[in-house]
Every structure is written in C-alpha cells, then in structure tokens.
Design a protein around this ligand. Structure first.
Ligand SMILES: [Zn+2]
Length: 159
C-alpha cells in the first residue's frame, strides 16, 4: 500500500465509523467502538474480489465497523446470494454503474435456486435448457471475469 492508499483507507474507515454512530454493527451487538481500534467487516467477503471487483468489495456500503473478529464474521453475507444481490444493486446504483447487472442477477438467481435445492437449468444457446451440474458450473465460474467484465489480469492492476 502506498502512503496515498493508506490515507484514503483511513479516511474511508473514519467516514464509516461516523456514519454508523461509532458503534459495532455486528448483529445484536451495538458495543461502542474505540475510534483508534476497531475493525471494518466486509459484508461481501474479500475472498470474492475476483468475482465482484474492488469497486464492490471495497465500497463503503460493503463495510461495517465492528468490535472484533466475532462480529466481523457475523456481518459476512458471503453465503447469502439474495442479500448479496440487494447490496450489489445498491452499490452499483451508488457508483452509477450497471454493467453486467442483468447477467449477474441471472447468475445469483441460479445460486439462490441451487441453495434451495431446486433443479437448476441453463440455456446453452439454441440447445435448449439442460441440467447444469455443479462441477460444470464451478469450472465455468473459475476466475473468468468480474461483474464489470474484466479478466483477472486486468483486475490485478487495480488496488
Ligand atoms: Zn460487536
């Protein structure tokens, strides 16, 4: 991290602290936070940055001030595609971007259905709908593009 990036980060952290009234946003916690010693919890986890891109993952709407590791874990919505969809839409609106939103929604709807153990079908372009097996899906989803259509290589230049 450069000095400039560090400064930007602390500015963002401070802004998030005041926006949430200086209290922990862990579900049901509400502990007052020490301005000099608190954590930022990512709602959409940092581990998914290749998929969602830094604009989403590092956006201030994706971060909540928390008192410690326990609450940090509890603000993570990584396993809730429905919640991710709502938040991604909010962030895209905030940054005035809508690239691939429709594709992305379709993808998330599929994840939601999968979680609910419905059968998942996917259109193979002319071949009609076929059963989409989980293995195939994970192969397809392996680090191709983020929500803005950028490759992993392109992304590595950002942040
Ligand atoms: Zn807490």
């Amino acid at each position: 991290m450069t000095e400039r990036e560090k400064l930007d980060f602390f500015e963002k952290k401070s802004k998030i602290y005041f926006k949430h009234g200086g209290v922990c946003c862990g579900p049901g916690c509400g502990n007052p936070l020490n301005y000099n010693n608190f954590q930022l919890g990512h709602r959409i986890p940092q581990s998914t940055i290749d998929k969602y891109g830094p604009e989403i993952v590092h956006h201030e709407l994706n971060m909540l001030p928390v008192c410690g590791l326990e609450c940090n874990k509890r603000v993570d919505i990584g396993t809730e595609p429905g919640s991710i969809l709502v938040l991604v839409e909010q962030i895209l609106e905030a940054i005035n971007q809508d690239f691939r939103l429709e594709d992305y929604k379709a993808e998330l709807m599929m994840e939601i259905r999968e979680n609910e153990e419905f059968e998942v079908y996917q259109d193979r372009g002319g071949g009609g709908a076929v059963l989409c097996e989980k293995e195939e899906k994970s192969k397809e989803g392996a680090g191709i593009q983020d929500i803005f259509g950028r490759s992993e290589e392109e992304l590595s230049g950002i942040f």
